[in-house]
Design a protein. Structure first.
Length: 232
């Protein structure tokens, strides 16, 4: 017997004020949490409590202001960017319901992994903190520039593709049609292989086939690969 496919996202179009409010509130709170996690030394103390070595306090905070050094402000800005992107996607783009339970789980998932990233930015073996306190010098670092570049490309590609899909759906001429535009197609190549191959792709393929039928099949003839162009 084939394993029943499970979709992590609700496909029901409905308003959900409570779930949306919980999601927006928790995602906004995450930004303040990540800043406090760094600025108040909680993350450093957590690392040391488990026997690890954190980078020095003088490399985290500006001694004259007790505010974050540019490198760690950049870490917080990344948390801010992801929160803003998800809030915009929910409030302005998404038409699907956001149940309260899903709002909590999704927000908690993001906060947990953002906190893990914050800890890794402080833990001596994994920290990429720059010795300079100048934004210019920090962004000249190849590791920081590459990381920030991939972050911007990923988050902007996802946001742009969702905005394009929203514009497509708002056009009355496209009613009942699936969107298969360029950036949306590229976006589907950018996520994790296992989950998308054995859960995400099959359940999404089933949903789109049942909803759009031949129109979706026509898109599949143009977009032949699910994850890696020319490979899979």
């Amino acid at each position: 017997m084939a394993k029943e496919l499970h979709d992590n996202v609700s496909r029901v179009k409905a308003s959900s004020p409570l779930g949306s409010a919980i999601f927006v509130g928790l995602r906004a709170a995450d930004v303040f949490w990540q800043y406090s996690f760094l600025q108040r030394g909680w993350a450093s103390k957590l690392i040391e409590r488990f026997g690890g070595n954190s980078v020095g306090l003088d490399r985290i905070l500006d001694p004259s202001t007790s505010q974050l050094q540019p490198y760690y402000l950049l870490v917080c800005l990344m948390a801010l960017g992801s929160s803003l992107k998800q809030i915009v996607a929910l409030v302005y783009i998404s038409e699907q319901e956001m149940p309260a339970a899903s709002a909590f789980v999704i927000a908690a998932f993001n906060t947990i992994f953002n906190s893990l990233n914050t800890i890794l930015s402080l833990w001596s073996p994994t920290s990429g903190v720059h010795t300079s306190r100048s934004w210019f010098d920090i962004l000249r670092s190849s590791s920081v520039a590459i990381g920030a570049g991939f972050y911007l490309i990923g988050i902007l590609m996802e946001l742009i593709s969702e905005l394009q899909r929203r514009a497509f759906k708002k056009n009355p001429a496209n009613k009942g049609k699936p969107y298969g535009g360029f950036s949306w197609g590229i976006l589907t190549f950018s996520f994790f292989f296992y989950d998308f191959s054995f859960r995400g792709f099959p359940v999404l393929d089933q949903y789109l086939t049942e909803r759009y039928g031949e129109a979706y099949e026509e898109i599949k003839t143009r977009v032949k690969y699910s994850l890696f162009p020319g490979i899979y």
